[in-house]
Design a protein around this ligand. Structure first.
Ligand SMILES: Nc1ncnc2c1ncn2[C@@H]1O[C@H](COP(=O)(O)OP(=O)(O)OC[C@H]2O[C@@H]([n+]3cccc(C(=O)O)c3)[C@H](O)[C@@H]2O)[C@@H](O)[C@H]1O
Ligand SMILES: Nc1ncnc2c1ncn2[C@@H]1O[C@H](COP(=O)(O)OP(=O)(O)OP(=O)(O)O)[C@@H](O)[C@H]1O
Ligand SMILES: [Mg+2]
Length: 284
């Protein structure tokens, strides 16, 4: 990766866009998937976290199509680092869809946990790694606890919002936003999620919003990953999911070889997040 820019971009990203007919097939396939997941679990409701971002918005639209508005419940869970605009967008999504939702401030819960940890004092500098990531992940895992409390209470499943791009590079918190019962949009690369969102009627300002995990102020996915999603998706499709060699991927996308290696390393290092936690072989 070059030193000059913190976000690498391909000269010629791959066009992964789906045709209208393909988008319609994905829509039907995912809607059927959600219904099947609930049927198999013997429950009638689903809950999901609403962040105002495109992954949760798209998943919420699909869930309402699958189950009806009365069977979907949203959790809007602001922390001190969430932008107000994103939280009001999350509420806008719930209101547009006509689903019930709770707004629960998570910072007091996070603060209580940090206060309870002896080695983290109240004045600790949480703005630099590794504490910054640890606290960010604590916020994400606090949301998972609240999502499961809602699911237990309502006899519901927790819908995840992970897409294919995030899953392949491990860009999620293990047992945080990864702690869910199923991921309806798991087959779609990030740019295809945006496309499906527009196809479903999600407003453009939501569909085109810059992706952010909002684990700390000012975080964007592209800056942290070191690559923008169109480029990341292209490398994943050609080289990680697909058969192209490093050099062929470099030529096709007009990117540095270092960037391909960076993405492959993210993929390999995050294998543990895509697996069930292992134990030793049985001993007889
Ligand atoms: N090889 C290995 N085998 C088994 N387990 C391994 C392991 N390496 C680490 N681990 C375990 O995994 C932990 C690290 O994983 P984890 O706790 O997830 O932490 P980590 O991967 O360091 O951080 C989460 C990343 O996901 C991003 N994120 C999180 C949430 C949402 C979004 C979003 O897009 O919205 C993005 C976040 O910005 C950050 O870059 C280690 O502390 C260790 O417990
Ligand atoms: N403040 C929040 N309140 C409730 N749920 C949240 C909040 N922040 C994140 N989440 C949950 O965690 C998921 C993962 O966050 P992520 O940022 O990857 O997705 P997104 O916000 O929907 O889309 P984008 O990646 O484009 O920002 C969200 O889809 C949502 O379900
Ligand atoms: Mg987000």
């Amino acid at each position: 990766m070059s030193e000059s820019s913190s976000v690498e971009r391909a000269g010629e990203p791959l066009d992964l866009s789906l045709s209208a007919a393909e988008l319609e097939r994905h829509r039907e396939h995912i809607v059927a998937f959600i219904r099947n997941q609930l049927d198999a679990a013997g429950v009638e409701e689903a809950v999901l976290g609403l962040s105002g971002g495109i992954d949760s918005t798209t998943t919420a639209y699909l869930a309402v199509e699958a189950l009806g508005a009365d069977s979907v419940h949203g959790l809007v869970l602001p922390s001190e680092v969430n932008r107000d605009r994103n939280m009001s967008d999350a509420e806008r999504v719930a209101e547009t869809l006509g689903i019930s939702y709770d707004v629960i401030e998570i910072e007091p819960i996070v603060d209580a946990m940090l206060t309870a940890v002896p080695s983290v004092n109240a004045d600790a500098d949480t703005s630099s790694d590794p504490l910054k990531t640890a606290v960010g992940n604590l916020r994400v895992r606090t949301r998972a606890v609240l999502n499961y409390f809602a699911a237990n209470r309502r006899q519901a499943l927790v819908l995840g919002t992970g897409n294919r791009s995030e899953a392949l590079v491990g860009y999620f918190t293990k047992y945080g936003d990864g702690a869910v019962d199923c991921h309806p949009i798991a087959n779609l690369y990030k740019q295809q999620v945006r496309q499906l969102a527009k196809h479903l009627g999600v407003e453009d300002d939501l569909a085109e919003k810059t992706a952010s995990a909002e684990m700390w102020s000012g975080q964007t996915d592209a800056e942290e990953l070191g690559v923008d999603y169109d480029t990341l998706d292209s490398i994943l499709a050609l080289h990680v999911d697909g058969p192209l060699s490093t050099s062929a991927t470099v030529r096709t996308l007009d990117v540095d070889e270092d960037l391909i290696e960076h993405v492959r390393e993210l993929y390999e290092r995050s294998a543990h997040k895509r697996q069930v936690p292992p134990g030793p072989e049985p001993l007889y």
